[in-house]
Each structure stands twice: as C-alpha cells, then as structure tokens.
Design a protein around this ligand. Structure first.
Ligand code: ARG
Length: 460
C-alpha cells in the first residue's frame, strides 16, 4: 500500500478498505494527463518564484522519465499505489529524491483530479469529434450519390409518401451535424482550468493560475475554487451528448436492420459487417447494427449514474466523485467504437435501388399527390381526400396500383380526372414537385447538399 497521507494515522488501512478506496485500476487511464498537469504546475511554480529553476528542471526531467518508461512498458502501473497521482509522485521521489517532494506544493489531489479528468475528457471530445466528421463525410457522399434513388418514406412504419435515399440519409446528416455542434459547445464551456483551486479554498502561495491555464491550453482559470473541485457538469454534458449520439446511431441501426431484412431487401450489408448462425446455414445477420443499438443502453446508464452520484453531494469535494470515472471511460470507448464501426458498415453496404423504387411504387405513396391533382382542378381538399380514398379501395379490391387504373375507371369515380393524371402521380413527379427547402425534390436537395459541402469544407 503506497499512500500519500499516512502521517496522522496510527494503524494500517484494512486491506479491504484499501481496495475499496483505491482508484488506480481505472484512473491509470489518464497517466499522460496527470503528468502533463504536473509539468505545467511546476513550470508555473518556478515562474512564480516558489521553486527554483533547477528544482523545476529536475522535476520535469523526472516526470518525463516516468512518462517515457510507462509508454515503453519499462515501468508498470500497479495496484501497489492508491491512485495515479500517488503512483507518479512516489515514482518521482524514487527517481530524483527529496526535490520530488516539492511537486505537490500548492496543490491538492482534489484540484489535480479535477484537472486530469478535464484534460482526459477534453482530449476524448476531440477524438469523438473526428469520428463524427468522418461519418458526416460518408453521409454526404451517400447523399450526393442517391439524389434519384427513390424509396418510400414512412410514418408509423406504414408507407406514406415517396422520398429519395439522399433525403432519408439527409435526416441523419442533420442529427450528426447537431451532435457535432453540441460537442463544440461543451468544449467551449468546459475549457477553463481548475488547477490552483487547492483542496477547496485556493492556496496561500502566490500561484499564477493564468499561466497554468495557458500552459495547458485552457481559455483561463476557473473562478471559484469550491466549484472547481466539485464541478463535473462537463462530464454530464459530455455523456448527455454521447447519449444523444447513441440514440441517433441506434435509430439508424434499427432502420438498417429493417432495410436489410428478407422482407425489405433495400440494402445488403457487406459480409465483413455481418455474422452467420451456428445452426442455420442461410443466415447473414446484422449483428453490428444490433450491437450499436444494444450498446446505447450502456451510455444512457453512464449518464444516469453520474447524474445520480452528483445530486446529493454537498460542496466541495467528496469521495463519491471518484465514481465519475469508470462508466465515463466505458461510455467514451463505446461511443468511439460504435461511431467507427457504424461508419464502416454504411460505407460498405450495397443499396438495392430496384427494390427501393419498386417498394415506393406500391403502397399508394402517391395518394396525396392524386388528391393534390384534384385540388389543382378546383375540388376542395376534403372532397379530394374522399375521392382518392375511394380510388384506393377500388385498387385494393383489384390488387392494382393507382397507375394501373384506366382513365375510364378514374372517370367513373370522378369526372375531373384527365389523361395527365398519370404524369401527376408518377413516382418522379411526386418527389420532384417537392422543392421547398428541406424537401426531397432535386432542386431542394441539391441546395442542401451545397450547404453541407460548405459546412464540411469549413471543418478542414
Ligand atoms: N481518486 C480520487 C478521485 O478520483 C482522487 C482525489 C482524492 N482526493 C481526496 N481528497 N481523497 O476522486
């Protein structure tokens, strides 16, 4: 047991208590951030005249040595230490002797862990951002390639009106654009440095918190030392944004599972992204999409957990907050994995355009347009709705589509119909006439694609 605080204790910690309390098994994940924070801290201590230049050099050399040895596997992080902070400090003292004991001057593990968690979260937000951008680029490509790939649009999972695959994908494009903007917002809001807050009430040393903040690429120092050590809002915001990303990926996965089903056959997942059955030789299952959908629960769980942990904590630091880590780390890994795999899955899946179009042709997806035709010929909409209802009933009875009816059959239900009805309710017309911005028509979708093109360029 290597602890930083034995002085006021007369007994050894019980082993079970030690194990229960220790966080090294998971906070070792941010050894890089811990060392980076310590280097910034001693740089500031020397600049503020609290350490000499020589002491600073020795400490930084020692810290870099530890970093290097951990990275190369020469130094192992073991559970002999209570947490990553103890590990780094103990190893520093082993390496450079007494001067290492000056590292923790004007610092508490409370502001140290607040910093480490923030640095880790900030780094990971950038990684997630990159993955969302890759996905957005893939969606953009799919949109550009499928402006005239017709498919049915659904409400209540019932065929409603025809759309295009570009338009359907465009819906997810908007969701992931919002996800990206949420990540950017969170980054801006969290980007203030808690180091220098001490245990809760600042320190009596003349710390230059502005300098520490700028050394660590923060916009500035946090403004209240009690809030600095007990704020985990940024973890909650990040997990909330991640939960939303997972919700989007999960809905999208659900659609892909449906599209890939034997009944629909709109898409075919690549063999590399499908799995077989141990008993049924014919099976090719969409396991990746199902796993993405399933893993959404873990990320929601992480969000619920941290919200619940934080709700009853009086100011300032309490050990409950150590619970901010494990599920957050798991959620980060989950979101990153799901984004990467999902992007791979949709970039390799094949579209069955013939089936999509065939499906859009039946199921009366052009019924609204038939009603609009009547309205354009002076029939009040409510009456038009009723007339087209009769047409649909007639077709269902004869097992034909609206386009299969003869003009005489049309006229027997309403004399308003003329030969141009066929053109008015063709699949192409139904889609192409919808050209208000945001609609699936060629002109409208091209405008959106151009906007997205500019947006993607602005990300470079
Ligand atoms: N392992 C602790 C955590 O993750 C570090 C902070 C410990 N501070 C303390 N006062 N015990 O929160």
């Amino acid at each position: 047991m290597a602890q930083l605080w034995g002085g006021r204790f007369t007994k050894e910690t019980d082993q079970l208590v030690y194990n229960f309390n220790a966080s090294i098994s998971f906070d070792q994940k941010f050894y890089r951030q811990d060392i980076r924070g310590s280097i910034a801290h001693v740089t500031m201590l020397a600049a503020s005249g609290i350490l000499t230049e020589d002491e600073k050099e020795q400490i930084i050399d020692g810290l870099n040595g530890i970093l290097n040895d951990v990275e190369t596997g020469k130094l192992e992080i073991t559970d002999k230490y209570e947490d990553i902070h103890s590990f780094v400090e103990a190893n520093l003292i082993d390496r450079i002797g007494d001067v290492g004991k000056k590292l923790h001057t004007g610092r508490s593990r409370n502001d140290q862990v607040a910093l480490d968690m923030k640095l880790y979260t900030r780094d990971e937000l950038i990684e997630v951002k990159k993955l969302i951008i890759t996905l957005i680029k893939e969606l953009h490509k799919l949109m550009k390639e499928n402006i005239d790939t017709y498919m049915p649009g659904f409400t209540h999972l019932q065929k409603a009106q025809p759309v295009t695959f570009a338009h359907h994908i465009g819906a997810y494009m908007e969701m992931f654009k919002r996800d990206l903007s949420r990540i950017n917002d969170i980054y801006e809001r969290m980007n203030y440095c808690p180091l220098g807050a001490g245990a809760l009430a600042g320190t009596t040393y003349p710390l230059d918190r502005e300098l520490t903040a700028s050394l660590l690429d923060f916009k500035g120092p946090t403004l209240n030392s009690m809030d600095s050590v007990s704020d985990r809002d940024y973890v909650i915001e990040m997990l909330s944004a991640f939960a939303t990303i997972m919700m989007h990926l999960s809905r999208f996965s659900e659609e892909i599972i449906i599209w890939n089903s034997n009944e629909y056959q709109f898409v075919e997942l690549d063999d590399a992204y499908s799995t077989g059955s141990s008993i049924m030789p014919q099976k090719k299952n969409p396991d990746i999409a199902e796993l993405v959908r399933g893993k959404t629960g873990r990320v929601y769980g992480a969000l619920t957990s941290i919200l619940t942990t934080m709700k009853g904590i009086p100011l300032a630091y309490n050990k409950d907050m150590q619970e901010d880590k494990e599920l957050t780390f798991d959620a980060i890994d989950t979101v990153k994995g799901c984004l990467a795999l999902f992007t791979g899955m949709i970039s390799t899946m094949k579209l069955n355009k013939v089936n999509m179009e065939k499906s859009a042709m039946n199921g009366f997806t052009n019924a609204t347009d038939a009603a609009d035709y009547l309205v354009n010929h002076g029939v009040p909409f409510r009456d038009a709705h009723g007339i087209v209802g009769q047409l649909v009933l007639y077709c269902i009875d004869k097992n034909i589509s609206l386009l299969d009816m003869s003009i005489d059959e049309y006229k027997s239900i309403s004399p308003v119909f003329e030969d141009d009805i066929y053109d008015a309710i063709s699949l192409k017309t139904c889609v192409e006439k919808r050209n208000t911005i945001g609609a699936p028509g060629y002109e409208a979708i091209n405008k959106v694609i151009a906007i997205n093109e500019e947006f993607i360029k602005s990300l470079e």
